[in-house]
Design a protein around this ligand. Structure first.
Ligand SMILES: CC(C)(COP(=O)(O)OP(=O)(O)OC[C@H]1O[C@@H](n2cnc3c(N)ncnc32)[C@H](O)[C@@H]1OP(=O)(O)O)[C@@H](O)C(=O)NCCC(=O)NCCS
Length: 316
């Protein structure tokens, strides 16, 4: 499998990478930080590629501009930290001349996307040995959270024991780091309309047509209804609307909450909760009400709609 990021290609290691890999793996500032001694010759590196690196879910970090490998990144399964089937441990190293340019975070963001979105893992672990401030910083930037310190971690290849730090990133925490929330503008009606259609289909209603789309666009343009979205990169993955009026409930702007839809693959990861909070804050309303079917009561309650307002009736 091969991945591409802005500056990098991540692809499987090949024996023909031995010379380039050795150029970096011989440096005493690289391997020992990960627990292995510096390589002593390109032949040894070739052997390491054959025996250790050329396995699934280990990728050469290749600098796109030159096409040459400059480091390595991998997901390990059933490792010291990742014991369960739905977990992996992230590991990485980079050639010294390439340090300090955000290259490992860039590669790791793609590998984490792969781990959570493609492989559907629940947790990714990552460790570093005490004193490795650069690696600690990489893990902070990726959103990992510190779990515990172990005093005597065996480092067999170096004939040592060391103090090790264990960090963890859960699927929900990862989702939070890659999802952003903002108002959906009138010119973004296309992706919003796709969500509207998916929503109506899921609740068993007819697909809305061109006229409905036109009316919705005009209402958004006129500011009658505001839509808020959850975005994964450039993709709209969830929405809700707030229609703002004035309420003598507390003599302040009040909002009605509707059109709540999160794409199925983004559910149960905290996106809905964050979107409701965001919409409440951004719309500036002092009260936000939702009318819902009995079967949705528990969900809305758990999202913070906790004040019962008696019975809500609509006039026809
Ligand atoms: C740890 C390592 C992978 C970092 O990769 P990287 O692509 O350089 O990561 P970044 O560019 O994000 O740098 C991470 C932090 O290191 C520090 N750093 C990096 N280069 C630096 C430099 N030249 N001078 C000072 N600080 C530097 C900074 O604190 C930086 O964080 P910041 O961006 O918030 O300032 C790399 O240093 C490495 O390969 N080290 C040896 C192997 C290793 O330790 N692997 C991890 C084992 S757990």
């Amino acid at each position: 499998m091969t991945f591409e990021t802005k500056r990098l290609i991540l692809r499987p290691w090949e024996e023909s990478d031995a010379e380039e890999c050795y150029r970096y793996a011989r440096d005493p500032r690289v391997g020992p930080m990960c627990g292995w001694p510096p390589h002593t010759g390109a032949d040894q590196t070739r052997q390491v590629i054959r025996d250790i690196l050329a396995v699934p879910e280990t990728y050469a970090i290749v600098w796109k501009e030159t096409g040459l490998p400059i480091g390595s990144i991998s997901l390990h399964f059933h490792s010291d930290l990742a014991e369960k089937d739905d977990e992996a441990e992230l590991g990485y190293w980079l050639g010294v001349p390439w340090w300090g340019r955000g290259i490992v975070p860039e590669a790791a963001r793609e590998v984490l996307r792969h781990a959570f979105a493609d492989l559907k893992l629940e947790r990714v672990w990552c460790g570093y040995f005490d004193g490795n401030e650069k690696s600690k910083r990489v893990q902070e930037k990726l959103g990992f959270r510190h779990q515990w310190v172990t005093d005597n971690v065996p480092v067999p290849q170096m004939g040592q024991t060391r103090k090790g730090h264990a960090n963890l990133l859960t699927r929900a925490q990862w989702r939070e780091t890659v999802t952003s929330y903002r108002r959906i503008m009138p010119e973004e009606i296309d992706p919003l309309w796709e969500l509207q259609k998916a929503y109506k289909a899921e609740i068993g209603e007819d697909e809305p047509g061109g006229q409905e789309r036109e009316r919705l666009t005009r209402a958004i343009e006129a500011g009658q209804i505001r839509f808020y979205g959850a975005w994964d990169g450039g993709q709209l993955v969830g929405c809700c609307s707030v229609t703002v009026g004035f309420s003598t409930f507390d003599y302040a702007p009040g909002g009605v909450f509707e059109d709540f839809y999160i794409r199925p693959e983004y559910r149960h990861q905290g996106v809905a909760r964050s979107l409701v909070r965001f919409a409440y804050r951004e719309s500036g309303v002092s009260s936000l009400t939702v009318g819902c079917a009995d079967c949705d009561m528990e969900m809305y309650r758990s999202l913070g709609f906790s004040i019962p307002l008696g019975n809500l009736l609509a006039f026809e």
